[in-house]
Design a protein around this ligand. Structure first.
Ligand SMILES: [Zn+2]
Length: 207
């Protein structure tokens, strides 16, 4: 579920739609949360879709740490990548604004943390653009992401949180522990799909 102070807007034929803030969304605000209505596509179910359907699913979903693809029921699926992103996914079950997002700003995130399987050309126009999104981006950027997340999470209790009722109690407890002691922090690494580091024998033991 996307923050209520957002709306969808058509950007261009190349980019398609984007999501924009309708008023200030301060740093530390939950911008997206995986709610109980999000569609979960298991790996075996994904394989059963036709290739053209798989393309659509890949375009609009993100992959969690267990390889399940999550497809939003609302327009959260239209949030675009930007190398100068203003939100990040966290290990606390939600995406958070890592800087103030002012009215009219596009809500963006870093697709590098969505467990992309293939390289993807990036079309953002920022001078710092990485040009290509790579499956290895997670390993290259997680330290930076964790720094930005810790800084944003510290603002969590100071800002209005319309999506707070949707945060799971367990996650909220973990967050309150971090807010008391920032050394006890859940790294973004827990969102990483472990497929590449798993040995074949481990797959067998899971079956
Ligand atoms: Zn870029």
């Amino acid at each position: 579920m996307i923050h209520p102070h957002t709306r969808i807007r058509y950007i261009s034929d190349e980019i398609g739609y984007g999501v924009f803030a309708t008023q200030l969304i301060p740093k530390g605000t939950i911008v997206y949360i995986k709610d109980s209505l999000e569609l979960e596509i298991q790996p075996e179910d994904f394989e059963n879709h036709s290739l053209v359907m798989q393309e659509q699913i890949e375009k609009y979903s993100y992959m969690n740490e267990t390889g399940v693809r999550i497809l939003s029921w609302d327009f959260a699926k239209y949030v675009n990548h930007c190398c100068n992103y203003n939100t990040l996914s966290s290990a606390y079950g939600f995406d958070i604004a890592i800087k103030d997002i002012v009215e009219g700003d596009e809500i963006t995130c870093d697709y590098g943390l969505l467990n992309v399987m293939d390289e993807m050309e990036l079309s953002c126009t920022r001078p710092e653009c990485r040009k290509v999104l790579r499956p290895s981006d997670f390993e290259n950027y997680y330290l930076k992401w964790d720094d930005e997340l810790k800084s944003a999470l510290k603002e969590f209790s100071k800002v209005i949180q319309p999506l707070l009722p949707f945060v799971e109690n367990g996650k909220l407890n973990e967050l309150s522990i971090f807010l008391k002691d920032e050394n006890i922090y859940n790294s973004i690494c827990s969102l990483r799909y472990k497929q590449h580091s798993n040995l074949p024998s481990q797959y067998q033991s899971e079956n």
